[in-house]
Design a protein around this ligand. Structure first.
Ligand SMILES: NC(=O)c1ccc[n+]([C@@H]2O[C@H](COP(=O)([O-])OP(=O)(O)OC[C@H]3O[C@@H](n4cnc5c(N)ncnc54)[C@H](OP(=O)(O)O)[C@@H]3O)[C@@H](O)[C@H]2O)c1
Length: 286
């Protein structure tokens, strides 16, 4: 358990290896493109020349690659029989690709666990960071001495796809948030406003956002939020954001996409003869 191998040295793999070195592990590292292991070697990591060498060095192998597809080509460079090894894939992908990847690894005799870093970029040690984990509970328990050195672990269940399901759902919100945030800043800047004033106005946002999250979660369990008046109001409200953006020369494509959901909900409501919440458009059962 004192030896760990990290395959894939992008920002996340490097941060993972650094934290394991700090925690006193014997860390072997490998990356497809050479040159990314040098700084880690100075901290005490052992760069492996080949995947086979990296796998031979430890029973626990952490993967940090761009997607699950990359895992096949990397692990195929090592031994065909992985009996005695545990592969923990910390790469991002869909739950279905994760399950396929798990099956592939298990057929080669290794144990398998999936992890998804819910972190602020590569700041894994940040107090808000979480590692979502899914796969066999006993395997996770046996790996806690390693994985909990990275950040707080959240075990989500035996289904291999679960860590990715909750991670990708979080990212669905995060991606929209980051893009919308930049639209808001551009609107303010291009209209002669002040971004710092906006920040001050939004300082209670976390509390408000939590309220909306809770409210919409309850609504989703009951089929979604929105009577006809609310759908019309949101559609009109989106138009005001589009106008305010475009009047200032700011791209409003994201708001047009949002408005389209209300449009589709209104059209579905007309067909159904009753209000059809936007949530049902997402669910595909409108
Ligand atoms: N960065 C973040 O904020 C963040 C946060 C949470 C989760 N994640 C996830 O963590 C994973 C790693 O992210 P990252 O930001 O470190 O970097 P990344 O750019 O997503 O992945 C880089 C790593 O993948 C390797 N790679 C790419 N294609 C490959 C292939 N076909 N075969 C072998 N290796 C291949 C790269 O090797 P080369 O150096 O040879 O190109 C490099 O080691 C990703 O799945 C990412 O989505 C990232």
């Amino acid at each position: 358990m004192s030896a760990v191998t990290v395959l894939g040295l992008g920002p996340m793999g490097r941060a993972t290896a650094r934290l394991l070195l700090d925690a006193g592990f014997d860390v072997t590292v490998w990356n497809r493109t050479p040159g990314k292991a040098e700084a880690l070697a100075e901290l005490g990591a052992k760069p492996a020349a080949t995947v086979a060498e990296a796998i031979a060095a430890s029973d626990t192998i952490l993967l940090s690659l761009i997607h699950y597809d990359a895992m096949y080509g990397v692990l195929e460079q090592g031994p065909a029989d992985l009996t005695g090894k545990t592969i923990v894939n910390l790469s991002s992908d869909s739950p279905a690709n994760t399950a396929k990847g798990a099956d592939w690894v298990l057929k080669r005799g290794a144990k398998f666990l999936t992890g998804a870093y819910m972190t602020q970029s590569d700041d894994i040690a940040h107090p808000a960071s979480k590692l979502y984990v899914s796969g066999p509970a006993d395997l996770h328990d046996s790996l806690r001495p390693i994985l909990e050195k990275l950040c707080a672990n959240v075990y989500l269940g035996g289904d291999y796809g679960l860590a990715q399901l909750y991670y990708q759902a979080g990212l669905a919100m995060f991606h929209a948030y980051l893009i919308s945030l930049q639209q808001a800043f551009a609107m303010i800047e291009r209209s002669g406003g002040d971004i710092d004033t906006f920040l001050d106005l939004r300082k209670d946002e976390p509390v408000s956002q939590q309220d909306f999250t809770n409210f919409f979660a309850q609504a989703a369990k009951g089929g979604g939020w929105g009577d006809l008046a609310s759908l019309k109001m949101m559609h009109a409200g989106a138009q005001h954001v589009i106008d305010a953006s475009e009047d200032a020369g700011v791209d409003a494509a994201i708001t047009k996409t949002i408005q389209d959901y209300y449009q589709r909900a209104l059209e579905a409501s007309e067909r159904a003869g009753e209000a059809v919440p936007v949530y049902r458009i997402f669910r595909g059962d409108a």
